[in-house]
Design a protein around this ligand. Structure first.
Ligand SMILES: [Zn+2]
Length: 169
Protein backbone atom coordinates (compact mmCIF):
# COMPACT_ATOMS: atom_id res chain seq x y z
CA UNK A 1 0.00 0.00 0.00
CA UNK A 2 1.34 3.43 -0.94
CA UNK A 3 1.26 5.68 2.13
CA UNK A 4 0.90 9.45 2.25
CA UNK A 5 4.25 11.24 2.63
CA UNK A 6 4.04 14.15 5.07
CA UNK A 7 5.77 17.40 4.22
CA UNK A 8 7.64 19.98 6.25
CA UNK A 9 6.60 21.50 8.71
CA UNK A 10 4.54 18.50 9.92
CA UNK A 11 5.51 18.14 13.65
CA UNK A 12 6.15 14.37 13.39
CA UNK A 13 9.16 15.17 11.16
CA UNK A 14 10.81 17.15 13.92
CA UNK A 15 10.49 14.74 16.82
CA UNK A 16 12.74 11.74 17.57
CA UNK A 17 11.21 8.37 16.64
CA UNK A 18 10.44 5.72 19.27
CA UNK A 19 12.78 2.70 19.33
CA UNK A 20 11.27 -0.48 17.86
CA UNK A 21 10.92 -3.32 20.38
CA UNK A 22 8.43 -5.66 18.63
CA UNK A 23 9.66 -7.35 15.44
CA UNK A 24 6.25 -8.55 14.39
CA UNK A 25 3.86 -8.67 11.44
CA UNK A 26 2.93 -4.98 11.92
CA UNK A 27 6.57 -3.99 11.49
CA UNK A 28 6.95 -6.12 8.34
CA UNK A 29 3.79 -4.54 6.89
CA UNK A 30 5.11 -1.04 7.66
CA UNK A 31 8.44 -1.87 5.96
CA UNK A 32 6.70 -3.31 2.86
CA UNK A 33 4.45 -0.24 2.61
CA UNK A 34 7.43 2.08 3.04
CA UNK A 35 9.29 0.41 0.14
CA UNK A 36 6.18 0.69 -2.04
CA UNK A 37 5.79 4.37 -1.09
CA UNK A 38 9.46 5.15 -1.70
CA UNK A 39 9.48 3.48 -5.14
CA UNK A 40 6.25 5.26 -6.11
CA UNK A 41 8.00 8.58 -5.41
CA UNK A 42 11.35 7.63 -7.02
CA UNK A 43 13.18 8.08 -3.73
CA UNK A 44 16.32 6.30 -2.54
CA UNK A 45 15.42 6.44 1.15
CA UNK A 46 12.37 6.88 3.36
CA UNK A 47 12.06 7.14 7.14
CA UNK A 48 8.93 6.16 9.11
CA UNK A 49 8.28 9.73 10.41
CA UNK A 50 7.84 10.74 6.74
CA UNK A 51 4.73 8.55 6.60
CA UNK A 52 3.55 9.89 9.96
CA UNK A 53 4.88 6.98 12.06
CA UNK A 54 7.20 8.11 14.86
CA UNK A 55 9.34 4.96 15.00
CA UNK A 56 13.01 4.25 14.30
CA UNK A 57 12.52 2.50 10.95
CA UNK A 58 14.01 3.42 7.59
CA UNK A 59 14.28 1.81 4.16
CA UNK A 60 16.99 2.59 1.60
CA UNK A 61 17.60 1.47 -1.98
CA UNK A 62 20.10 3.53 -3.91
CA UNK A 63 19.38 1.42 -7.04
CA UNK A 64 15.72 2.64 -6.93
CA UNK A 65 14.37 -0.89 -7.34
CA UNK A 66 16.79 -1.99 -10.08
CA UNK A 67 18.89 -4.29 -7.87
CA UNK A 68 17.11 -6.31 -5.14
CA UNK A 69 20.47 -6.84 -3.38
CA UNK A 70 20.55 -3.14 -2.55
CA UNK A 71 17.27 -3.10 -0.60
CA UNK A 72 18.10 -2.18 2.98
CA UNK A 73 15.90 -2.16 6.06
CA UNK A 74 17.41 -0.39 9.06
CA UNK A 75 15.63 -0.67 12.40
CA UNK A 76 16.96 1.35 15.37
CA UNK A 77 20.02 2.36 13.30
CA UNK A 78 22.92 4.45 14.53
CA UNK A 79 26.15 5.78 13.06
CA UNK A 80 29.05 4.23 14.98
CA UNK A 81 31.95 5.84 13.13
CA UNK A 82 32.55 8.28 10.32
CA UNK A 83 35.40 9.47 8.17
CA UNK A 84 36.12 12.36 5.80
CA UNK A 85 33.75 14.87 4.25
CA UNK A 86 31.56 15.10 1.15
CA UNK A 87 29.55 18.05 -0.09
CA UNK A 88 26.88 17.02 -2.62
CA UNK A 89 23.36 17.90 -3.62
CA UNK A 90 20.56 16.31 -1.61
CA UNK A 91 16.80 16.18 -1.76
CA UNK A 92 14.07 14.87 0.54
CA UNK A 93 10.61 13.46 -0.22
CA UNK A 94 9.21 15.70 2.55
CA UNK A 95 10.61 18.77 0.71
CA UNK A 96 9.41 18.43 -2.89
CA UNK A 97 11.46 20.49 -5.37
CA UNK A 98 14.05 21.55 -2.79
CA UNK A 99 17.59 20.43 -3.65
CA UNK A 100 20.69 21.77 -2.00
CA UNK A 101 24.29 20.87 -1.30
CA UNK A 102 24.77 19.51 2.21
CA UNK A 103 27.97 18.61 4.03
CA UNK A 104 28.14 15.00 5.24
CA UNK A 105 30.76 12.45 6.27
CA UNK A 106 32.32 10.70 3.26
CA UNK A 107 32.15 7.25 4.86
CA UNK A 108 30.17 5.92 7.78
CA UNK A 109 29.78 2.63 9.58
CA UNK A 110 26.32 2.00 10.95
CA UNK A 111 24.76 -0.61 13.18
CA UNK A 112 21.10 -1.51 12.94
CA UNK A 113 18.62 -4.33 13.42
CA UNK A 114 16.93 -6.15 10.55
CA UNK A 115 13.20 -6.96 10.35
CA UNK A 116 13.74 -9.96 12.64
CA UNK A 117 15.63 -7.95 15.26
CA UNK A 118 19.11 -9.24 14.38
CA UNK A 119 21.88 -6.64 14.77
CA UNK A 120 24.32 -6.06 11.91
CA UNK A 121 26.98 -3.54 10.95
CA UNK A 122 27.49 -2.06 7.52
CA UNK A 123 29.81 0.43 5.81
CA UNK A 124 28.64 3.02 3.34
CA UNK A 125 30.43 5.52 1.17
CA UNK A 126 29.44 8.26 -1.26
CA UNK A 127 25.69 8.11 -2.02
CA UNK A 128 24.99 5.24 0.40
CA UNK A 129 26.83 7.06 3.21
CA UNK A 130 24.75 10.17 2.47
CA UNK A 131 21.52 8.13 2.52
CA UNK A 132 22.46 6.53 5.86
CA UNK A 133 23.13 9.94 7.42
CA UNK A 134 20.05 11.62 5.93
CA UNK A 135 17.68 8.81 7.02
CA UNK A 136 19.17 8.37 10.51
CA UNK A 137 18.84 12.15 10.95
CA UNK A 138 15.09 11.76 10.21
CA UNK A 139 14.82 9.27 13.09
CA UNK A 140 16.35 11.92 15.37
CA UNK A 141 13.92 14.58 14.10
CA UNK A 142 16.68 16.40 12.18
CA UNK A 143 15.81 17.61 8.68
CA UNK A 144 18.28 18.35 5.90
CA UNK A 145 17.46 22.07 5.86
CA UNK A 146 19.04 22.21 9.33
CA UNK A 147 22.26 20.78 7.84
CA UNK A 148 22.46 23.67 5.33
CA UNK A 149 24.16 26.99 5.93
CA UNK A 150 21.86 29.60 7.54
CA UNK A 151 21.83 31.53 4.27
CA UNK A 152 20.67 28.56 2.18
CA UNK A 153 18.21 27.45 4.86
CA UNK A 154 16.56 30.88 4.87
CA UNK A 155 16.41 31.00 1.08
CA UNK A 156 14.75 27.58 0.99
CA UNK A 157 12.34 28.38 3.82
CA UNK A 158 11.29 31.48 1.88
CA UNK A 159 10.79 29.36 -1.27
CA UNK A 160 8.63 26.91 0.74
CA UNK A 161 6.51 29.71 2.20
CA UNK A 162 5.95 31.07 -1.30
CA UNK A 163 4.89 27.61 -2.56
CA UNK A 164 2.59 27.21 0.47
CA UNK A 165 0.92 30.56 -0.19
CA UNK A 166 0.38 29.58 -3.83
CA UNK A 167 -1.06 26.21 -2.84
CA UNK A 168 1.83 24.27 -4.43
CA UNK A 169 3.09 22.63 -1.22
ZN1 LIG B 1 14.43 13.08 3.88
Amino acid sequence: MVLKIVKYPEPVLQQPGEPVTEFDEDLRKLVADMFETMYASQGIGLAAPQVGVSRRVTVIDISQGKDPAQKLVLINPEVISNQGKQYEEEGCLSFPEIREKVSRAAKVRIRAQDEKGKWFEMDGEELLSRAFQHEIDHLDGILFIFRMSALKRNLNLRKIRKMQSEGDW
